[in-house]
Design a binder for this molecule. Structure first.
Ligand code: SF4
Length: 267
């Protein structure tokens, strides 16, 4: 769930000759309110034909979408199925999602598979089994060659775990090659903008329920087989890390300079 894809979306639609980026009103549905703050950062405003374009025009949380649906009294079960919008779809012809199963995250798993394949010529089967460390939000996985760990990845969710890992990094004692970080414990399913537990239901029960629903009947395909991504690289971006890939897929974050007005509020 990224805002980062927005530049790509704007660029692709414009390259395909469909629309100019400033003609697109881009709404994203996000799991947390933080994404609203992220969308207005200067890092996500760019210029096309001397016009200022915001990458994302409006951010709605999933909870707000639910409120909208309820306010319009829409019953989804009575609606007619429509075909999938395939402009930039993440689903293959058989309906398999390109990626890994689960609610959010998946970067560590995808990159671990890719690193083992690219660096050690090894195909690792199936979903990865991460070993739980202090708690279920801090897990790790190691790939060994001749008994020596050569890849060590971690999943680290929630601020308490993040504080610990940042402390280790500062002390130079962090041994991971890659850490997948998420601010919320349990990841985006537990985001502040998500639907709330019903009366009598604990947050933990709701997360468990959501995780089960997310994994139910979801078949996944290797994201590296996604023909849209392949075409993007073959015809335009070149290879990962190329100048074009950096320009359109990478984002720099800069410190937000507080306006005088907001500083005055602290007085
Ligand atoms: S982990 Fe939490 S803060 Fe981070 S994107 Fe997901 S919902 Fe938002």
């Amino acid at each position: 769930m990224q805002l980062l894809s927005s530049t790509l979306l704007s660029t692709v639609t414009s390259l395909l000759g469909l629309y100019r980026p400033y003609d697109v009103y881009h709404v994203t549905v996000m799991p947390c309110y933080d994404k609203k703050l992220e969308a207005v950062r200067d890092d996500f405003i760019f210029s096309v034909d001397s016009k200022e374009v915001t990458e994302v025009d409006s951010v709605l949380t999933t909870g707000e979408v639910l409120e909208l649906i309820q306010s319009k009294s829409i019953d989804f079960k009575t609606l007619e199925e429509s075909s999938l919008d395939r402009l930039l779809t993440n689903v293959d012809e058989e309906g398999h999602l390109y990626g890994v199963s689960g609610g959010s995250g998946g970067y560590a798993e995808t990159i671990f598979h890719h690193a083992a394949r690219a660096l050690y010529n090894t195909e690792i089967d199936g979903p990865l089994e991460f070993k739980t460390l202090r708690n279920s939000d801090f897990r790790e996985i190691t790939f060994e060659v001749e008994g020596k760990p050569v890849l060590k990845f971690a999943l680290c969710y929630g601020f308490r775990n993040l504080q610990n890992i940042v402390r280790k990094i500062k002390m130079g004692k962090c041994e991971y090659h890659f850490i997948e970080v998420m601010a919320c414990p349990s990841g985006c399913l537990n985001g502040g903008g998500q639907i709330k537990p019903v009366q009598g239901q604990s947050a933990k029960e709701l997360i468990q329920l959501l995780e089960n629903v997310y994994a139910q009947d979801v078949l996944v395909s290797n994201p590296f087989d996604n023909p849209i991504v392949k075409r993007l690289y073959n015809e335009w971006l070149g290879q990962p890390g190329s100048e074009n890939a950096k320009r359109y897929l990478h984002t720099d974050y800069h410190p937000v300079v507080k306006s005088v007005a907001s500083q005055l509020q602290n007085w």
